[in-house]
Design a protein. Structure first.
Length: 271
């Protein structure tokens, strides 16, 4: 998977903060990628209605063993679920937990156009779907935010009851992300109230796992340490040695899988 930073359009500066945030971070694709791996596992194709009338497309990936636990996988800023579904499948090879992975509006087969406010509404719709349509209890719903997906995961966790939260290869604030990739952007254009994960993570009180690749060039590993420092206890930080921003799964360690198993199935870290 890649983290796609798009070029700034030379168009209107109207509402430039929000234009930058949505344009730089949201890079949807309608392309259908291979579903060969998906066809070999137990899954259900799902369509989820949002509160403002959009329809999200995705998959409920069923664990190999019966489980009353589920995690929502909030994918990154590019591609769509036909590419991203392999990431939660890799985790399911080691851990018996169900996964819901659905596209944000404007991605894949989902309707609408992506905006930050929109993907937050999408996160609430996914959560609501699991409770009302699938009968899950709030405490049995974990959240897994990958890269940009850390933002909707934390926005959801601060407003509703959930199980543990995993933030993987994410960033601290939109301001820092924008300046990292575009150093000449003036300060007045980007503000910390846009995608401020460092502030959001202070407001949740469930177990949090921060994971990051040591060789990440799209989102520097120092941001993982900053998110960890800002998070409330109980929390844990795992740095995946040698991993960049893409293809993280090949760097997953026994410690990482063991920690996910404890979080997802018992909602706690071992002492």
């Amino acid at each position: 998977m890649t983290f796609t930073i798009r070029k700034i359009p030379p168009s209107s500066f109207w509402n430039l903060q929000h234009i930058l945030r949505d344009y730089l971070l949201l890079s949807p694709s309608k392309k259908l990628y291979s579903l060969n791996q998906l066809s070999r596992v137990n899954h259900e194709e799902v369509y989820i209605k949002t509160f403002d009338g959009e329809t999200l497309h995705g998959y409920l990936l069923i664990a190999n063993k019966h489980s009353d636990k589920v995690a929502i996988f909030f994918h990154g800023n590019d591609f769509n679920v036909s590419k991203w579904y392999s990431a939660p499948l890799r985790i399911q090879e080691k851990i018996p937990i169900n996964f819901l992975i659905a596209d944000y509006r404007g991605y894949g087969k989902s309707t609408g156009s992506p905006t930050f406010q929109g993907i937050v509404l999408d996160a609430f719709a996914m959560y609501d779907y699991l409770i009302k349509n699938r009968g899950y209890k709030p405490e049995d719903i974990s959240l897994y935010g990958r890269s940009m997906g850390g933002a909707p995961a934390l926005e959801l966790a601060r407003k509703v009851k959930t199980g543990p939260v995993v933030i993987q290869s994410s960033f601290t604030t939109f301001t820092e992300l924008a300046h990292y990739h575009f150093p000449l952007i003036p300060n007045f254009v980007v503000k910390n109230d846009l995608f401020n994960l460092k502030d959001l993570i202070k407001k949740i009180n469930v177990p949090v796992l921060i994971s990051h690749g040591s060789a990440d060039r799209m989102a520097p590993v120092k941001w993982a340490y900053e998110l960890y420092d800002a998070a409330n206890e109980p929390k844990k930080l795992i740095i995946l040695n040698g991993a960049g921003h893409n293809s993280l799964t090949q760097y997953f360690t026994d410690e990482y899988y063991d920690t996910l198993r404890e979080l997802f199935l018992s909602s706690k870290f071992s002492s």
